[in-house]
Design a protein around this ligand. Structure first.
Ligand code: 5GP
Length: 211
């Protein structure tokens, strides 16, 4: 019998990686292919990059606005990354999860640690590696959106970020973007089938057994 339509508890799918490992491309492809997956949109104090849209890529806020949201406990998690502050607004995520949607997060290891502490059962975390450090640098330079000193800083931080891989549930090495997308989709499909997430299962089985 088909159990696809049973009510399900939404999960939080976290993708972390050093900047330039291909995480954003993977996230975009997942969202496009899956209407049950929605993106969390973070608040940040960093300036928008060319092509970034307010409310889609980020909510761009001032340090004062960020601090105010933080003290009002409006963030599910927050962290300082490089010289900027980032945080996940709580309300949107909680609304989507309770509607049975899965929420995708592009956050760093600090934010993932906070989610793990607060919502372990709902969290599925994936760390994405670039195929090599040389390739990572090539990708960062290829993007050509950040000035040289920013690229250097990110390269220096990449190995620091990568040291947190043992804290994640799954590891994907992004050698081929299509393969990586399908690997993440496989993880998501399996995690959705977990017994604890299929909250309609009890009634379904009861009905089948005529109890
Ligand atoms: P970027 O400035 O390149 O968009 O992001 C820099 C880093 O900040 C990335 O590793 C990204 O995953 C992380 N990041 C983006 N939004 C959030 C957030 O809301 N919380 C945390 N903890 N990290 C974030």
């Amino acid at each position: 019998m088909d159990t696809q339509n049973l009510s399900r508890r939404g999960l939080m799918l976290v993708l972390s990686s050093p900047s330039g490992a291909g995480k954003s491309s993977i996230a975009r492809a997942l969202l496009k292919a899956d209407s049950n997956l929605v993106s969390s949109v973070s608040g940040t104090t960093r300036a928008p990059r060319p092509g970034e849209t307010e409310g889609i890529d980020y909510y761009f806020v001032t340090v004062q606005q960020f601090e105010k949201m933080k003290s009002a406990s409006e963030f599910l998690e927050n962290a300082r990354v490089f010289d900027n502050f980032y945080g996940t607004p709580r309300a949107h995520v909680e609304k989507k999860l309770s509607a049975g949607k899965d929420v995708l997060f592009d956050i760093d290891w600090q934010g993932t640690q906070q989610l793990r502490e607060n919502a372990r059962d709902d969290l599925v975390s994936i760390f994405i590696f670039p195929p090599s450090l040389d390739e990572l640098e090539r990708r960062l330079r290829g993007r050509a959106q950040d000035p040289d000193d920013v690229v250097r800083k990110r390269m220096a931080r990449a190995s620091d970020e990568m040291s947190h891989w043992p804290e994640y549930d799954y590891i994907v090495v992004n050698r081929d973007i299509d393969k990586s997308i399908s690997q993440v989709q496989t993880i998501l499909a399996a995690e959705r089938m977990k017994r604890a997430r299929q909250i309609g299962l009890g009634d379904f089985v009861k009905g089948m057994r005529g109890a």
